[in-house]
Every structure is written in C-alpha cells, then in structure tokens.
Design a protein around this ligand. Structure first.
Ligand SMILES: [Zn+2]
Length: 178
C-alpha cells in the first residue's frame, strides 16, 4: 500500500535568471547574488533526489511592461536574459511558472499547482530578498503555507534591504529563516 505522506514539500526558486545573475545581465544583482548559486543548485539536487516538487518562478515581461517605469527593461519574454541560469539543474518534472510582477501568485497558476500537489511546506530561495522573495513569501503566508526562507539561498543588490526583508519576513509573516 502506498504510504500517505502528511508532509508535502515544494522548493520555490525565484528569478534565478540570466538578467539578474549574470554580470552583463540587464539588472545584475551583484557578486553577492552569484555566491548563492552553488547552494541553490545543491538544494535543487536534494529536492530532486527525494522526489519533491521544484518550481521555478521566472520573471517574463512584454516590451511595454509598466514595470519598466521603475526598473530598466529586463527578462523580456523569449530572450536569453529571461532564461534560468545554466548552473541550476532543471528536471523535466520541475514546474516553470512565468510571472510579470513581484509576487509569484499575481496572475499565475501557482495557487492551483500548490493545491493540486497538496503542498503544505514551501521552501524559498532566489532573488531579490526584498522584492520578489518577500512579496511571494507574504502571499504564501496569506494562504497559510508553512514557509522556510533559505538564508544562504537568497540575495539582494541592497544589503540593508536584504537584512530588513529577512527580519520582516520572520517577524511579520512568521516565515522561518533557516
Ligand atoms: Zn521584472
């Protein structure tokens, strides 16, 4: 008889894309962000080995996206800059969710995916800590998921915002920073 799992984990990898992680990318997040790459790759491998769900959340914009009033154009749909960095292992079983805003829930099917897979624990890594990571973690907590932010797996171009975001996610959202 198949064992019924009462714990279903998912790993959310946020915006580990060429435009954010490569020095010639449109919105490079800096060397600090590059330093998380090996750790993030290890975490993905570990989830793959256990057969747990890995979801890549990927910024994907149209040319005239209103977000470009705040940030210079980046991660244009179909371009190299919008690709997942080659250092990360992507399996055919992994799910890729395209997004156009900071939260991975905004106009995406992430909520359906998490429900369908009966996920209750979500681990989060990626960039930037104070933008897409924090907004996604907030939306996960609004939906009562147990959330773990991987401290060694998140980065931000602004170190002050990085520290503030970790503290806010812990104190205000009740996410566990591990
Ligand atoms: Zn964007």
């Amino acid at each position: 008889m198949a064992k019924i799992k009462n714990e279903n984990r998912a790993l959310l990898i946020i915006d580990m894309l060429r435009d954010f992680l490569e020095p010639d990318g449109a919105l490079f997040c800096g060397e600090k962000a590059r330093r998380i790459i090996p750790f993030v790759a290890q975490q993905i491998e570990a989830f793959h080995q256990k057969g747990d769900l890995v979801i890549f959340i990927c910024d994907s914009h149209k040319r005239n996206d209103p977000e470009f009033k705040l940030f210079k154009p980046h991660c244009l749909k179909g371009t190299k800059g919008a690709q997942i960095i080659p250092e990360l292992p992507v399996n055919p079983k992994d799910i890729i969710v395209s997004k156009t805003r900071y939260s991975a829930f905004y106009q995406t099917n992430l909520e359906d995916i998490l429900k369908r897979k009966r996920i209750n624990k979500v681990f989060v890594a990626g960039v930037c800590t104070s933008i897409c990571v924090m907004d996604t973690v907030g939306d996960l907590r609004n939906r009562d998921y147990e959330v773990y932010v991987l401290r060694q797996g998140v980065a931000d171009f602004n170190p002050r915002f990085h520290r503030f975001a970790l503290e806010r996610m812990a104190k205000i959202y009740g996410a566990k920073i591990i």
